[in-house]
Design a protein around this ligand. Structure first.
Ligand SMILES: [Zn+2]
Length: 306
């Protein structure tokens, strides 16, 4: 079903990462426990030396043995480093992820939450990662007749994104702001037309900056929406400002932020949001500085790592 139909190297694309996470979780917990033991050991040693009540020379303390054999937390560090490098996460962001992961199990638990969600929410689709050519969501529904206005009839989104969009638009409307969806799901064939037209009108380089080749558009997932005017003027409209401040609360993430063309492959698109769900928005914001592309690349590499 859905994007889980995508070809992958694993017979079960979900089970193996879950197993790995459980293992890592055990590792972390064991590391934390041992950290506590280490503190206890230090306290014990202090007390012992103060009371002159030490163990007899030559006895082997199991905690000391653990300390001399190394910290299992290093194994996680090494694994994380490999993933962060493979995902090309820049050093400042990677450093914060490593610190967060070393600080306790929250990072892994948050990651586990994202990995247990609908796979389509975290699917990496960009200039280097294409959807299967014929991919078409099975649960597309037409937008309209609700709080979210549409610029034309026939706009489609996957059901969960459409429901979330409606909830978000109702909240915006309650604050006096009207959201208008101008483009939503695009099929492979339609994206082929859009891209070809852009190449004809603006040349290939410009077309690549501003539109995706077929199979490489987030719009083909049925989870992305272009709002309002679909140009830079959107950012300063009430809807643009409202979305920038509130979209995350409803699980929507700005895909191509200002200043990240080198990372995302696209110039700033203040109007293009992708529904990734609240858990993934929180993961993106907490650990990846709000940059969707970093988090999706990290998760992509994590799920494929050996
Ligand atoms: Zn778009």
């Amino acid at each position: 079903m859905l994007i889980t139909n995508m070809p992958g190297p694993l017979p079960c694309p979900v089970l193996r990462p879950l197993l790995r996470i459980v293992l890592l979780l055990l590792l972390i917990l064991s590391s934390c426990t041992k950290g506590d033991s280490r503190n206890t050991l230090l306290e014990t040693e202090t007390t012992n030396s103060a009371s002159q009540d030490g163990r007899s020379a030559g006895s082997v303390d199991p905690v000391e043995q653990y300390l001399t054999e190394g910290d299992s937390g290093l194994i996680l560090d090494d694994f994380l480093d490999r993933i962060l490098k493979a995902a090309e996460i820049p050093p400042d962001v990677a450093g914060k992820v490593s610190v967060a992961a070393a600080a306790g199990p929250s990072f892994i638990l948050d990651l586990l939450t994202c990995l247990s969600g609908e796979p389509g929410l975290r699917t990496l689709v960009d200039k280097e990662h294409a959807l299967p050519g014929g991919y078409e969501p099975v649960d597309l529904v037409e937008l309209g007749n609700g709080s979210c206005q549409v610029s034309r009839k026939g706009l489609l989104l996957r059901r969960m994104a459409a429901e979330s969009l409606e909830e978000m638009a109702a909240a915006a409307l309650a604050g006096g702001v009207t959201l208008v969806a101008s483009s939503a799901y695009r099929s492979y064939a339609y994206q082929e037309e859009v891209y070809a037209r852009n190449v004809r009108e603006s040349g290939q380089e410009a077309a690549d900056r501003e539109s995706a080749r077929p199979g490489r558009s987030q719009h083909q997932t049925g989870l992305a929406v272009d709002f309002g005017s679909i140009d830079d003027s959107f950012a300063e409209t009430p809807a643009g400002l409202w979305m920038a401040a509130n979209a995350g609360r409803f699980g929507w993430s700005l895909s191509f932020p200002d200043g990240y063309e080198e990372v995302t492959g696209y110039r700033w698109e203040s109007w293009h949001y992708r529904y990734v769900g609240r858990d993934l928005v929180s993961f993106i914001d907490t650990y990846f500085g709000g940059i969707q592309q970093y988090a999706l690349r990290f998760i992509y590499e994590w799920e494929r790592a050996e």
